[in-house]
Write a protein that binds this ligand. Structure first.
Ligand code: NAP
Ligand code: BGC
Ligand code: ZN
Length: 373
């Protein structure tokens, strides 16, 4: 079968031949339909995050997938059922551990998990995968074409669950939310704030000139675009308003600290980005005081568990299809795999892809299609 693999830090994604995997007891064989690409995939390709399984020199990419059960292998799943695989698995040679037993692999510390397509385990960009049945979340057929968005939406489901948990000790009624980053995770999260979470005022920070399709999406959702080159994060309370909730999806390390200044009293910032090392100066005393005297919180969040995937499927069903069509700027077959990774190859001819870009050909969210849905 064909798969898309990379030598992290040493190349661009390429098509490789691999044997079709055999499901072990408790596992199903899944024929992959579509797999999304996100910022983490580029970090893996560059070699700044993740790593290959022991003994391999290449990693099969892909952690945002939707597929169809080909061989249920006695697991109780139904053949023909569309499913979305979760990302984390126990480390190689380990059957389970407390985190997986509790259904909270997303809370496992490093060394207690691998992540398919990211760190230590091959991903889902292959014609077939095998997976334990309890890591395959059923999705209705009518949503399957967008099923590769369930994993990134689940990331926000988890982050917001944790952010809200930090505010659960008092009567918190958030009205304003600021998303940092107009990449695919940021835009999906803006859509969640405006369409499903009922925030009255939603803002999104980017660093792009108009016209830009991501700005069009932000404004079409009724949110306000803020250019970080004109209004730095810390100045947003004066220029716009202090924010009840900040959701960081830039991976720009200064934003972790500047978010505290952007928050309203009693607000919370959720950090999602995965930056590399970067030393810079901050006024730690002021930051400490701001957090204490204004009851502010910062929470980091990574990965998501099955419950978040289930919530994400409900969210996906509630998002307007037009918005999904605008965010997903291209779904590409294996013969045009380079177009699915535009930032790895820097070549995006206009007019390609099953879903055309809304205004111009700047890619936002891309996916690879292995099998028609
Ligand atoms: P992405 O497509 O690369 O999006 C990042 C966006 O942030 C880009 O649009 C970029 O703008 C913008 N940006 C970066 N620095 C900025 C600045 N100083 N001011 C304004 N905008 C800025 O990545 P993604 O897939 O959306 O993911 C976002 C981040 O979350 C990544 O770091 C990724 O690794 C991380 N992530 C974490 C989790 C988790 O579980 N914690 C899950 C998924 C993703 P330009 O495009 O104009 O450069
Ligand atoms: C994935 C998560 C993963 C995280 C850190 C994200 O892009 O969506 O599932 O835990 O990267 O590797
Ligand atoms: Zn991801």
């Amino acid at each position: 079968m064909k798969a898309i693999a990379v030598q992290p830090g040493a190349g661009v994604p390429e098509i490789v031949e691999r044997p079709v995997p055999e499901p072990a007891p408790g596992e199903a064989l899944v024929r992959i339909c579509r797999v999304g690409v996100d910022g983490t995939d580029y970090e893996v390709i560059e070699g700044s995050h993740g790593g290959v399984p022991a003994g391999d020199d290449r990693l099969v990419l892909g952690h945002e997938a939707v597929g169809v059960v080909e061989d249920a292998n006695g697991t109780g799943l139904e053949e023909g059922q569309y499913v979305v695989p979760t990302v984390r698995r126990p480390p190689a040679g380990v059957e389970t551990n407390d985190y997986f037993e509790r259904g909270e692999p997303d809370m496992a510390p490093e060394g207690e998990y691998v992540e398919r397509g990211i760190v230590g385990a091959h991903g889902f960009m292959a014609e077939y995968i095998t997976s334990p049945a309890d890591c395959l979340v059923p999705i209705p057929a009518e949503l399957a074409a967008w099923g590769f968005l369930v994993e990134p939406i689940s990331i926000t489901e988890k982050a917001l669950e944790h952010a809200y948990a930090t505010r659960s000790a008092f009567d918190w009624q958030p009205e304003s939310a600021l998303v940092l980053g107009n990449g695919s995770l940021g835009l999906l999260t803006v859509a969640m704030f405006t369409e499903t979470l009922g925030y009255e005022r939603v803002y999104c920070l980017g660093r792009r000139d108009r016209p830009d399709p991501s700005i069009d999406i932000i404004e079409r959702l009724g949110a306000t675009y803020i250019d970080s080159r004109e209004t730095p994060l810390a100045e947003i309370p004066d220029a716009y308003e202090p924010m009840d909730l900040v959701y960081e999806a830039t991976g720009y390390a200064k934003h972790a600290f500047e978010s505290v200044d952007a928050l309203a009293p009693n607000g919370v910032a959720a950090l999602l980005g995965v930056p590399g090392d970067w030393s810079f100066e901050i006024d730690g005393g002021r930051l400490h005081r701001e957090l204490v005297l204004h009851n502010k919180a910062i929470v980091g969040s990574v990965n998501s568990n099955r419950g978040h995937f289930e919530a994400a499927i409900d969210t996906l069903a509630a998002l307007p299809e037009g918005v999904l069509e605008a965010i997903v700027t291209g779904v590409y077959g294996l013969e045009e795999v380079d177009l699915a990774f535009p930032k790895a190859t820097a070549s995006v001819p206009a007019g390609h892809g099953a879903t055309a870009a809304p205004n111009d050909d700047t890619p936002i969210k891309t996916a690879v299609e292995f099998t028609d849905i």
